[in-house]
Design a protein around this ligand. Structure first.
Ligand code: MRU
Length: 357
């Protein structure tokens, strides 16, 4: 099976529920969960059944369309108030990936922009908007893929961290998209190194699974092996995804990413962040303003192990993301073009953030 054939999240044909590929079970089990209650969709985002910034955004879009289709037939003001309540609830599922809030705001604008429309029409428009968010995400990943492919040379070794792949988006991924474009162009000589990505193993369970299933030369390494892999001259370029980019180019991504960037700088290897423009948060000045999710200690001490691997009572720190300083980033690949420092100017030149003005 090629993971590119899997849908991370979709609306059921009868629009009664979301069908979510449960990523907590991969790679061993491919199971699609049908979720219709907002509480279950919230839980799926929280425990990473659906994960990756763009996929979370797509999921949130569909979830709000579904939720709105079930709101009672009231007047517009009551409908908007109930919609906002459900939106705030879904927004509380995870704090770092800005795509969640971006998608929720986009869905709310559908409602606020047409206060005179009949509720039945608003509900249809919400389904259409959710579908547009999903379809645009595929096109965005393709575009990032084409730009990233232009940075590759035959025989390159590419290192990636976490999973910014097809499983993290509607299709193709961001950091993996250049590899899929390379494959389509008949390139079979690229080598990819996947950091396993402790503690939730997105690199081992998801990236290694999807790239290997697509026929890409994939080598799994533990996070602590990135340095020796670079030192041995096996890595020519790093592609990572991101959950939120501040307007100065500081980029939050899965915990461990900033360490990879520091290593890449030491070994003189270009380090690229792949970022749909929806991931760029022009409202914050720098990475210090990005909320970093703190996750349960059991993910470090027990999860994935046959038995607990840490003494009872030991203190555990489990931040899910870190921020890579913009000075360590060679370039940020958006669907609109490749941005280099100074990043704020580069983003504005591409029209990113214009909608806020
Ligand atoms: O906690 P996760 O698995 O949702 O974290 C995902 C990442 O850090 C990805 O690199 C990021 O969301 C980009 S996905 C295209």
């Amino acid at each position: 099976m090629n993971a590119l054939e899997l849908d991370t999240v979709r609306l059921s044909a009868d629009r009664s529920c979301l069908e979510i590929l449960d990523q907590t079970l991969l790679p061993g089990t491919v199971k699609v969960r049908k979720l219709s209650r907002l509480e279950d969709i919230w839980e799926a985002i929280r425990v990473l059944r659906v994960r990756g910034a763009p996929a979370i955004g797509v999921c949130a879009g569909y979830a709000m369309a579904l939720a709105a289709s079930r709101l009672p037939d009231t007047d517009y003001d009551a409908f908007l108030a109930a919609f906002r309540e459900q939106k705030a609830y879904l927004a509380s599922a995870r704090p770092t990936a800005v795509n969640l809030f971006w998608a929720l705001d986009r869905m709310e604008r559908v409602v606020t922009s047409a206060p005179d429309a009949p509720l039945a029409e608003l509900r249809e428009r919400l389904f259409a908007e959710a579908q547009r968010i999903r379809d645009e995400d595929v096109a965005i990943s393709r575009s990032i893929g084409r730009i990233g492919f232009g940075l590759l040379r035959h025989g390159d070794g590419i290192l990636t961290h976490c999973n910014a792949g097809t499983l993290a988006t509607a299709k193709y991924g961001t950091a993996t998209a250049p590899l899929y474009v390379a494959l389509e162009n008949g390139w079979h000589d690229l080598r990819v190194y996947c950091d396993e990505t402790r503690p939730l193993l997105q690199g081992a369970r998801l990236t290694a699974f999807e790239l290997h299933s697509a026929g890409i030369d994939t080598t799994l390494i533990c996070d602590g092996m990135a340095s020796i892999t670079m030192q041995r001259g096996l890595v020519n370029i790093v592609f990572v995804g991101c959950d939120r980019v501040a307007r100065n180019g500081d980029a939050a991504n899965k915990i461990g990413t900033s360490g990879v960037a520091i290593l890449a700088r030491y070994y003189g290897i270009p380090f690229y962040v792949c970022a749909p423009s929806s991931t760029i948060d022009m409202s914050i000045a720098h990475g210090g303003e990005i909320p970093i999710e703190e996750r349960p200690p059991e993910e470090v001490t027990e999860m994935w192990y046959r038995e607990r691997m840490a003494p009872e009572g030991v203190k555990v720190c489990n931040p899910a993301f870190d921020v890579t300083d913009h000075s360590l980033i060679t370039g940020i690949i958006t669907e609109k073009g490749l941005c280099t420092a100074p990043y704020e100017d580069a983003f504005r030149a591409l029209g990113i953030g214009r909608e806020e003005v």
